[in-house]
Unconditional design. Structure first.
Length: 335
């Protein structure tokens, strides 16, 4: 691992959402979920060096967060950083404060376990190294390995904090496109069902918790088009649980095409899920910004595998001939 001798980021901050479940939570467990590229041992070292502060005071790893606190991690200027990987990125938007990319399916978000390169974070570091820039942004949003679409990366601490606050306050709108097996009977709806981890011998799998003891999860969906065997839907998340869309759509009987983990068909080599649209207030000029990520070819081909005249179009703004702007969800979001 190379060293980062550029001007270091002095600290990373997280606000503890009072609606977070479960609360109270040990601060070391809270940070383990936030700092996914660092092991629990590395995080414990930060506590010993008094580099973890809650409301500006050094605390122990066992300290329990109850909501409303500000957690700050003081970073080591000579810390090891993630190595760069020569992977070309599709840039959707960039200015001095933000970078938005279109992540392809099959690319992990960050190094984990034995995977130390070839991820989004490695590719982003390469992108800035190639420009001679000292910027080393961290991740604010995450997508499953086989989910494609928009990833927004703040370039500064200020932008990071503003966008993170918008996520907490649900003022940042993120819409996915998904192809589901079967024909949805409702034109739109809301799924509210708690999610928890369920037993699986090989991979991490989530499921709806029948007892209601899992983490609360809420998903809105809108039927866009349907044919004899599948439905194209727009989806908005109100919470950010792991595999939430995949679990919720399978729960109501319409698993994502290609999602074998949640009983989807084998029509595609991955789940047909794409992070398509992002709307937020720019952290500096405060103007609303919209970003679209063109539908990937595998999902486009899945739509085109049926003759266009066999599709029943629910939203008249839909056009299956366009990859760039298949649908504008503004009217749905603002309804």
């Amino acid at each position: 691992m190379q060293k980062d001798f550029s001007k270091p980021t002095e600290a990373v901050d997280w606000y503890v959402d009072p609606t977070l479940k479960p609360l109270p939570i040990r601060v070391d467990l809270f940070l383990k979920n936030k700092m996914e590229t660092r092991s629990r041992t590395q995080i414990q070292v930060l506590f010993k060096k008094k580099r973890i502060l809650v409301n500006s005071k050094p605390i122990q790893a066992s300290y329990k967060l109850r909501g409303g606190e500000q957690v700050r991690v003081l970073l080591d200027p000579n810390r090891e950083i993630i190595a760069s990987s020569q992977i070309e990125l599709e840039i959707l938007f960039e200015d001095d404060h933000l970078l938005a990319i279109n992540k392809p399916a099959g690319l992990m978000m960050h190094p984990a376990g034995s995977v130390t390169s070839g991820t989004v974070l490695n590719a982003v570091h390469y992108y800035f190294e190639k420009q001679g820039s000292p910027i080393r942004p961290g991740l604010l949003q995450r997508l499953d390995k086989n989910t494609s679409g928009i990833v927004l990366l703040p370039k500064t601490n200020e932008a990071h904090q503003v966008i993170q606050q918008q996520i907490i306050e649900h003022s940042l709108d993120k819409v996915y496109l998904a192809i589901c097996d079967g024909i949805l009977t409702k034109d739109e709806g809301v799924i509210e069902a708690p999610i928890t981890q369920v037993s699986h011998p090989f991979v991490k799998k989530m499921g709806v918790c029948a007892s209601g003891e899992g983490k609360n999860a809420k998903t809105s969906f809108k039927k866009l088009m349907s044919c004899e065997t599948k439905t194209l839907v727009g989806i908005k998340l109100h919470t950010g649980r792991q595999h939430q869309i995949r679990v919720h759509m399978a729960h109501i009987g319409f698993p994502l095409t290609g999602d074998l983990l949640y009983d989807g068909s084998e029509n595609m080599s991955r789940q047909a899920l794409h992070s398509y649209y992002l709307r937020f207030s720019h952290p500096v000029d405060k103007k609303y910004k919209e970003i679209f990520a063109p539908l990937p070819m595998d999902m486009f081909n899945e739509l085109k595998s049926s003759k266009t005249n066999q599709w029943e179009v629910i939203d008249k703004s839909i056009g299956v001939v366009s990859l760039e702007r298949l649908w504008n969800p503004k009217r749905w979001l603002d309804a």
